[in-house]
Design a protein around this ligand. Structure first.
Ligand SMILES: C[S@@+](CC[C@H](N)C(=O)[O-])C[C@H]1O[C@@H](n2cnc3c(N)ncnc32)[C@H](O)[C@@H]1O
Length: 263
């Protein structure tokens, strides 16, 4: 087994589900979670139980597990108290009364930003290239579909497992493309939330991120929005049309054409 990630079940009742997911996503399967100790090269294990999928970093168990939870997680809190159409991400994608864009989130990650946009009424196509992250997202979406609190929101979210550098045009032409690639983090590790530390060590740094901008500009009808840490240069060194600055991050907005006023 060459990969540093594998799938394991928690209880014997979860075996069939674990095997099915391993096959679907072509991930290594090690059986019982206790078997992880027999595979010293493994860094991460995706635990399957009947309720959910959780990703653990084996050498840092205290960091806890990553799970996509649109019903009760941090995203749910932001849905209730996040500031609606006045929040910066809404302004960045051009959400105005009467215009609710179809957004392609071409670097979907754990789907948090996508969920915020869907909460505001946008249809969001999410593209994610890492199988393990796409697996977590699909699991989060499937559980959300069972919740009457959020299923009207997640119905507007669709997942495509692909690299958006190579295959961005698998998605129908969106009004807006949203990019949030991983960027090297300067913050001391203690300041970064435990869950994010697991995610960062899983995904790495998206070193090819500059190659996202040209296909995005070629495909987006109205605009491309790039989320960057405040200290980072613009993506691909290309100056944006405008930026929205926040405390630690900013949104760089590249305008292809103005959103019609009466849209
Ligand atoms: C910083 S995370 C995005 C977080 C996301 N905005 C959220 O709210 O959860 C970046 C994600 O983009 C994915 N990614 C980077 N480049 C990609 C590409 N070319 N195609 C598809 N996914 C990509 C990475 O695998 C990672 O999961």
């Amino acid at each position: 087994m060459a990969n540093n990630i594998a799938i394991a079940y928690v209880d014997s009742i979860d075996v069939a589900k674990a095997k099915r997911i391993a096959q679907q996503w072509q991930l290594d399967y090690i059986g019982d979670i206790a078997a992880a100790k027999n595979h010293p090269h493994l860094q991460f294990v995706l635990q399957v139980n009947l309720q959910r999928l959780e990703l653990k970093k084996l050498d840092e168990p205290k960091l806890g597990a990553i799970c996509v939870d649109f019903v009760d997680g941090a995203t749910a809190h932001r849905r209730k108290f996040g500031g609606g159409r006045g929040q910066d991400i809404a302004k960045a994608v051009g959400l105005k009364h009467g215009f609710t864009p179809h957004v392609l989130d071409a670097t979907a990650g754990l789907g948090r930003d996508a969920f915020v946009l869907a909460t505001l009424g946008c249809h969001v196509t999410m593209m994610e290239r890492m199988p393990i992250v796409a697996t977590l997202l699909e699991d989060g979406l499937a559980r959300a579909q069972l919740s009457t609190d959020v299923n009207d929101i997640t119905e507007r979210m669709q997942l495509i497992h692909a690299s958006s550098i190579a295959d961005m045009n698998l998605a129908q032409q969106p009004d807006v493309i949203y990019l949030d690639p991983m960027y090297p983090h300067r913050e001391k590790s203690a300041a970064v939330k435990k869950e994010m530390r697991v995610f960062q060590s899983l995904v790495g740094e998206d070193l090819d991120a500059d190659h996202l901008l040209a296909p995005a500009l070629a495909l987006a009808k109205y605009r491309v929005v790039v989320k960057r840490p405040s200290y980072a240069p613009p993506l691909a060194g290309k100056a944006p049309s405008t930026s929205i600055n926040m405390k630690k991050n900013r949104f760089d907005v590249y305008v292809n054409q103005a959103i019609p006023k009466n849209n």
